[in-house]
Design a protein around this ligand. Structure first.
Ligand code: ITT
Length: 191
């Protein structure tokens, strides 16, 4: 089954390729000839995921999916959440987002947080949603150089090191993205 993945994030493409079963052919936006920037104007992961998938469905007419993810920190009332990609500014680097988050938690004992992914699949024109959550906590300092985004400061529950110190296969054991894509695969393969 051919599916267009509505993302411009190369790291997500790499992770999702490692998660999808051989039964799916993942087509990137570049491969589909879709070059435009896709907006994320909403204040929920679900609405943004639907927006991205809808733009691509309207351009291509093909089955497609997108995912919107965010890091939700308990002590910050769920921030940066849906704004994770622009927490320290639209053009800020991952290091700047991380530094802002560590500074916001300097005096904080409660470092609990979770990553959440919402997938919007558009199949034959109809949207279906899937969600994956990975609970964990925010480290006091950065470690590791793998992965992307907030991986250098997020330690999933059950692990003793952060995502950026893990090979992708190990991150996949815990990750929000893997949990959401397990559901997508189960849904598509059971029909
Ligand atoms: P697309 O919208 O093009 O898919 P994006 O990078 O804008 O790509 P999101 O809107 O979903 O993606 O932004 C989520 C941000 O949250 C992302 O830029 C990272 O900073 C962070 N993030 C998401 N998943 C992550 C993960 O597995 N590890 C670390 N950080 C992650």
């Amino acid at each position: 089954m051919k599916l267009i993945f509505a993302t411009n994030n190369e790291h997500k493409i790499q992770e999702v390729r490692s998660l999808l079963h051989d039964a799916f052919t993942l087509v990137t936006l570049k491969e589909a000839g879709i070059m435009q920037d896709i907006p994320e104007p909403h204040d929920t992961l679900q609405a943004n995921a639907l927006e991205k998938a809808t733009v691509v469905f309207n351009l291509s007419g093909e089955n497609c999916f997108s995912e919107d993810s965010g890091l939700e920190v308990d002590a910050l009332g769920g921030a940066p959440g849906v704004y994770s990609a622009r927490y320290a500014g639209v053009n800020a680097t991952a290091a700047q987002h991380i530094n802002k988050l560590l500074a916001a938690l300097t005096q904080e004992q409660n470092r609990a947080a979770q990553f959440r992914t919402v997938i919007a699949l558009i199949e034959n024109g109809q949207p279906v949603f899937f969600e994956g959550i990975c609970k964990g906590y925010i480290a006091k300092t950065i470690s590791g150089h793998r992965g992307f985004g907030y991986d250098p400061i997020f330690i999933p529950d059950g692990a003793d090191r952060c995502f950026a110190e893990m090979e992708l296969a190990e991150k996949n054991k815990y990750s929000h993205r893997r949990k959401a894509f397990d559901q997508l695969k189960t849904y598509l393969l059971s029909r």
